[in-house]
Design a protein around this ligand. Structure first.
Ligand code: GLU
Length: 478
């Protein structure tokens, strides 16, 4: 059975590159009827950030990426938390010592610093000083409680492995350091715990960022040392901010939560990031999670980095908003509209209907509807529209003709207003746009508005409409 895992370190922040890794792990598990596991890798206490586990947990939940097993927390599955696991990682390290695949190292920090200072290499590897200690020396040190770490003994030769995305990778073992497996506080290093837990949790497919490609040989040497089966590796390229920089917290780039706060829908974010580095076999772009599970295939993963394109995400988000059921949409935007619209005679449902097809994110709403409160100062050049064949003069004339028509109207509904405006245009040998554009501009004071002239008039009501038309005539007359 396929078993994948998401193994984030709790850094307090989940950028969309991490989330994309989690998504691919989830999709590979789900599309193979396998299991997806969540494991928090928190043994590095120096990097630990309070509340970070909650961020991971909440992000996955909001994103619809559910994990399958873990410690029972009140009938629900919690994530596996590495620091809380009862595994005796040190016993595994001792097993390797017995097998001659690891050794105690008693070197002090001072000795290591000196060793590095005296070396010509910039990142000098451990010089294996303690590899040659006799059994008596080791026993004596242990008896005297001399602090120690346990190091992996990297054997000579070359290590080769196959990655599903990057192909065959071979490294010379002389380039790999005898890495620390157990630290002097008896806790495992991140690298060691990662391998032990992947084995104990029966992980068959390891999917992670390509920055781990270079660590993989030393992981494989551990699997070999234990005689364990090596998982299938699927390394994915980074998500970039631009051609040269990765997305990162340090660069102040968007985390999943930032995007949610900016008014993007979780489903749209998931859809967008699925396509960052993966191409479906056809050119389809909009996928629900179930459709992703159906369509996802590791063969579609690319090894070239992809650039996070907020414009594309905004477009996709707009497509999701258009497809939302109206009642659900209204429920989501009601608090925003209530706050943005400062008068109580506006039918918010009608307004919501107009904006639904015109926004990229929910955060655009407040600005888009602000015109209902009042007309902001605008330039008369807004009346000049090439396609509508309008000038300031034509607009002024049209508005002067529109005013009495609207004043005399008893039924102030969309059809009546629209038909009267079209008749007015016909009677005066004007194009429809030469009547509708000036009115639309007069009522909104903006180059764009969420609906056309007659709809704006209905929305604003007769009195406000007439006031705005009168104001526009005055403005154009000076
Ligand atoms: N804990 C690692 C990280 O947060 C995950 C490495 C892995 O998936 O093997 O990047």
């Amino acid at each position: 059975m396929v078993r994948t895992r998401f193994a984030p370190s709790p850094t307090g922040y989940m950028h969309i590159g991490n989330l994309r890794t989690a998504l691919y792990e989830y999709l590979i598990a789900r599309s193979n009827n396998g299991k997806f596991i969540l494991r928090i890798e928190d043994t590095d206490r120096e990097r630990y950030v309070d509340g970070a586990v909650d961020v991971i947990y909440k992000t996955l939940k909001t994103a619809g990426i559910s994990h399958d097993e873990g410690p029972d927390v009140g009938g629900d599955f919690g994530p596996y938390i590495q620091s809380e696991r009862k595994n005796n990682y040190i016993d595994y390290a001792k097993e390797l010592i017995e097998k001659g695949e690891a050794y105690y190292c008693f070197c002090t920090k001072e000795r290591l610093d000196e060793m590095r200072e005296n070396s010509d290499e910039t990142a000098a590897k451990y010089d294996r000083h303690c590899l040659s200690l006799s059994k008596e020396e080791i026993d004596e040190n242990l008896k005297n409680n001399v602090p120690f770490v346990i190091r992996q003994k990297i054997k000579e030769g070359k290590t080769s492995f196959n990655d599903e995305v990057y192909g065959t990778i071979t490294v010379d073992n002389s380039d790999i350091e005898d890495q620390i497996l157990i630290k002097s506080d008896f806790l495992p290093t991140y690298n060691f715990a990662n391998v032990i837990d992947d084995h104990l949790m029966g992980i068959t497919h390891v999917i992670r960022g390509s920055e781990y490609l270079s660590s993989t040989p030393k992981y494989n040497l551990l699997y070999e040392a234990f005689g364990w089966e090596i998982p299938t590796y699927i390394h994915v390229p980074p998500v970039m901010k631009n051609a040269t920089e990765k997305l990162s917290k340090r660069n102040g780039d968007a985390s999943f939560q930032d995007l949610i706060d900016k008014g993007y829908l979780p489903e749209a974010i998931i859809n967008y990031i699925a396509l960052l580095g993966w191409s479906p076999s056809d050119n389809k772009e909009i996928f629900t999670m179930d459709e992703l599970i159906q369509a996802f295939d590791v063969k579609g993963l690319s090894k070239s980095p992809s650039i996070f394109d907020i414009t594309k995400l905004t477009w996709m988000n707009g497509e999701y908003i258009k497809k939302l059921n109206f009642d659900k949409f209204f429920e989501m935007v009601y608090p925003i509209l209530k706050n943005a619209v400062k008068r109580d005679d506006i039918d918010l449902k009608i307004l919501a209907g107009y904006i639904k097809t015109r926004i990229g994110t929910l955060n655009e709403i407040s600005d888009m509807v602000d015109f209902v409160n009042d007309v902001k100062d605008y330039d008369n050049s807004l009346y000049v529209h090439k396609k509508m064949k309008t000038t300031e003069e034509i607009s002024l004339n049209s508005l002067k003709k529109i005013l009495p028509v609207l004043e005399s109207m008893n039924n102030f509904d969309n059809d009546t207003i629209y038909d009267s405006l079209v008749s007015l245009a016909r009677e005066n040998e004007l194009k429809n746009g030469q009547v509708l554009w000036p009115l639309r501009t007069a009522l909104s004071g903006q180059p764009t508005s969420p609906c056309g002239a007659s709809e704006l008039a209905v929305l604003l009501g007769k009195e406000d409409t007439l006031n705005r038309v009168r104001a526009a005539i005055n403005k154009l007359s000076v």
